[in-house]
Each structure stands twice: as C-alpha cells, then as structure tokens.
Ligand binder design. Structure first.
Ligand code: MN
Ligand code: MN
Length: 467
C-alpha cells in the first residue's frame, strides 16, 4: 500500500454497495426476510388492514390489549389501537417509563384514491365512482392500470361491511381510462399536473343497463342492484363509507438478480413492517420499547389517528399510570422528554434517470443501507426538526456497534423541493428524534421500488435500537 492509499483508508469516508461485504448466507437471510415483507404488502394495502395484521401478529407473539391490564410490570408486552387506524405496540422495560422510552414510529397510510361521499354516477352508459386523491400523487400515473377496491361500509342498521375487491385470483378489477395517443396531441402539450385532472380520476364500474328502456342512469341502477345483492348496501351507505382505490397488483421481485422489490405502498409500509418485526421479536430491555404505526402522514398528520393526535401522549400517560403507585402529570412530561425516537420513513434513492435533482455527496443510494436524515424540510430547512449532533452520534454508534449498514441522505438538492415526516411532531413533544428509513425509487407512484438489502438493514437497525 502506498502512503496515499494508507491515508485514504484512514481518512476518507466512503460508502460501498452493501453486497460487496456480505456472504451467500447473509444474502439468503436478506432475501428470505423480504418474502415476509412481500406477503405483508399484498395483505395490507390500507391503514385498517395494517392495523388488523399488526394485532394478529402481536397476539400470536404474546402481546395483549392494554385495556386488559390493570398494572404493568417489566417484560409485559402490550398493544393498543386507535380507531382501527393506528396501533401502538410496546415491551415494558426494567427502568420506569419516566426515565424514557425508545420509539420507532412509521406510517401505514399511503397515497391513493378515496371515493367521494356521493361517488356513483353514470355517463354515456358507463357507471363510475368519483374519487378524491389522497396524498401527493402524479395523477397521470393512476390511469390505465388495474385498481382494487378496499374499504369499510357501515349499513343503516349498523352492520359493518369490509370490502376487498380486485385482489383475489378471478376477481374483477377497476380502472381509470386515459386518452389514446392518436387523439392526445393537445393533451400531451399540457402541464403534467393537468393532463389528467383530479375530476377525471373516475373509476369505471360497469356498462350493463338494468333492463328498462325508459330508465335514465340504468347502468348505475344495475351496479347498485349488484352491490345490494352482494353486500346488502344502498347508495346512501356510501355517505359514511371509507373506500380506497389502490393498485390491484401484488409485490414483485424486480431485476434479473431479484435484488429489488416493486410494489404499491412501500412508503411507508417498508418501515412499518420492519419496525413491527423488530418489536415482535424484542426481548425486554432496560427502557420500554415502543413501535407506533400511525395514520394520516401523507395528508399532514392532522387527524385523531395521525401523529399530531394526543393518542400517543394518552398511551404514554397510561403506561406511567399503570407502572406507578400515584400518577402525576410530571411523570408523563419526564417520560416524553427522556424518550428517543427513530422517525422511520422512506426517502428518495438517487435515480440515475433523474440524478439532476440530487446532490451526489448527500443523497441516499440503493443497496447502501438504511438512511439517516438529520433534517428534512424544504428551502432553508423549513418545517423540519433538525436532529442534534448528540443524537445523530448516538444513533450512528448504536448502528455501527450492531454491524448495521447505514448511510445519510437529503431529499434532493437544496431548493429543488423537499418534504417532511412525522419527526417534527415527535420533536415538539420534546423527544429526541431522527429520520431513519429505506430509500425508494418512484416514491408515491403505484409501483415503488426498494432494495432488499436496505429493507433488511432497516430491520436490523430497529432491532439494534431496541436493545
Ligand atoms: Mn412516508
Ligand atoms: Mn409519502
């Protein structure tokens, strides 16, 4: 080794592709972990489905509903659900909750098309659902692909109907049509935000009329008849319903080497799944470990089931109360300000097709591990919690000690755009928090891409954080 090479080895910080440092056995481990992840993606396409899945797995692993416990002791494993849309799972630690908890927070809502409250209409003898898009999407990406319908309808008599159409083999799917290129000359000259307008995101439901020549909207009536026969619902039941249209295809390996996963909803179910797996396997530790899977991140977290909800503080207060002789408010305040959190959300991986929006020294890359982001935000770090160097150092040394491959990255060049996560809402509770998640290609598209290597490093990272 020349003197320069020795110096380079000693002084430079470079990140290599993770596959250069692992053996065949480790690669197998990564790939087999991701089979479970792909099943999760296929089973859980809405926040409600994620919560159902998490309850089932938690119970199978010995966790019980917090409601059933009068008192809590170290080693107890509990979960608690908020309005069927968010769930908090915890393993009680040896130390009092007032000395702080360790939280991994991920969101389980993803961009999609929600049905409006009066969704049904007919035009030129085709019946449609009107939708209102949820989260930041490129609207044109949602046309000409198969869509599935997932949701909850509560009938007039109070009976709850859970719907999932378009996922099973043989199910019909739904679709939003796009204009043929032959007639799209003027459409194609338009602004990409307008080439498919929000009010054109209408989902095709059917085309057979109810047999009565005098009727108007006979196709719509026929669809309502089918819905009534199958599920016992009427048009009025849609007013209170929550129905989400999501891509109808399942998770797939991408690439000849199968190193990547393509699927809908990986933002942020990739962090939700890895965090869930980490808490399910967590042994009781010094601190109480918490996995919080939360709703409404994609629309700003402002909802009773989003990160801004007091639900999180309520549960922490309950954990204090159930572990103390006499509860007081300062106990909760201490529990919050002594806690640490990984805000586990995805980031953008450098896409060679669009590398002009990234600053190469400070972007995340596929296969270089779980990505830490000291801050997010836009412009002059607007709307971010800028993690302290002390906590960045604490997390990077924890990951290093556990042999977790990690990288750091920013979401794009300065002033190119930006984004935020739930981190800021944990930071205002005076919790130490840093963003820590998996880099994706095609984020917020119907088919997002993650790298299996990074998915596994996120899991290992959360396991190490909980130790
Ligand atoms: Mn996200
Ligand atoms: Mn997102």
């Amino acid at each position: 080794m020349t003197k320069a090479e020795t110096l380079q080895k000693e002084l430079l910080y470079t990140k290599k592709n993770g596959y250069l440092n692992i053996n065949e056995k480790e690669k197998k481990e990564i790939f087999s972990f991701c089979e479970g992840y792909k099943t999760f993606l296929d089973t859980c396409k809405t926040e409600r489905e994620c919560v159902m899945f998490a309850i089932q797995k938690a119970e199978q692993n010995g966790f019980v509903d917090l409601k059933t416990k009068q008192k809590l002791k170290p080693g107890d494993k509990i979960y608690t659900v908020n309005r069927n849309k968010s769930i908090l799972i915890a393993v009680m630690g040896e130390k009092p909750v007032t000395e702080g908890t360790k939280i991994v927070a991920a969101h389980i809502d993803s961009p999609r098309l929600d049905l409006k409250q009066n969704p049904l209409f007919e035009s030129n003898e085709i019946a449609y659902f009107k939708t209102h898009y949820y989260g930041g999407i490129k609207k044109y990406q949602w046309t000409a692909i198969p869509l599935a319908l997932h949701g909850t309808i509560i009938k007039q008599n109070g009976e709850v109907v859970t719907l999932s159409i378009g996922e099973k083999e043989g199910d019909p799917v739904f679709n939003i049509s796009d204009l043929l290129p032959h007639l799209a000359a003027s459409q194609m000259k338009g602004d990409a935000t307008k080439i498919i307008e929000g009010e054109k995101l209408n989902v095709i439901l059917g085309s057979i009329p109810f047999q009565d020549e005098k009727l108007t909207d006979a196709v719509k009536l026929n669809i309502l008849k089918l819905l009534n026969e199958e599920f016992g619902i009427t048009e009025k039941d849609f007013v209170s319903a929550e129905i989400e249209m999501v891509p109808a295809f399942g998770a797939k390996d991408v690439g000849l080497d199968r190193s990547l996963i393509g699927a809908y909803g990986q933002d942020d179910r990739v962090c939700a799944y890895t965090a869930l797996q980490a808490i399910l396997g967590a042994e009781p530790a010094q601190e109480t470990n918490i996995c919080y899977l939360v709703d409404k991140e994609e629309v700003g977290s402002m909802d009773s089931t989003g990160m801004c909800s007091r639900f999180f503080e309520d549960v922490l207060a309950e954990l204090c109360e159930k572990t103390m002789d006499t509860y007081n408010d300062i106990a909760l305040r201490k529990a919050l300000n002594q806690s640490t959190c990984l805000s586990s959300d995805v980031t953008a991986a450098l896409d060679p097709n669009f590398d002009h929006v990234m600053e190469k020294n400070n972007s995340a890359y596929l296969n270089k591990g779980v990505c830490l982001m000291k801050y997010t935000g836009a412009r002059g770090k607007s709307g971010t919690s800028d993690c302290s160097c002390e906590f960045v150092h604490h997390v990077t040394s924890t990951l290093d000690k556990a042999g977790v491959v990690w990288q750091t990255g920013e979401l794009g060049k300065v002033d190119e755009g930006g984004g935020g996560t739930v981190a800021q809402y944990l930071a205002v509770l005076n919790i130490h928090v840093i963003d820590c998640g998996v880099p994706l290609l095609s984020m917020h598209s119907p088919f997002e891409i993650s790298a299996k290597f990074d998915v596994y490093q996120a899991y290992k990272g959360y396991v190490a954080f909980y130790k």
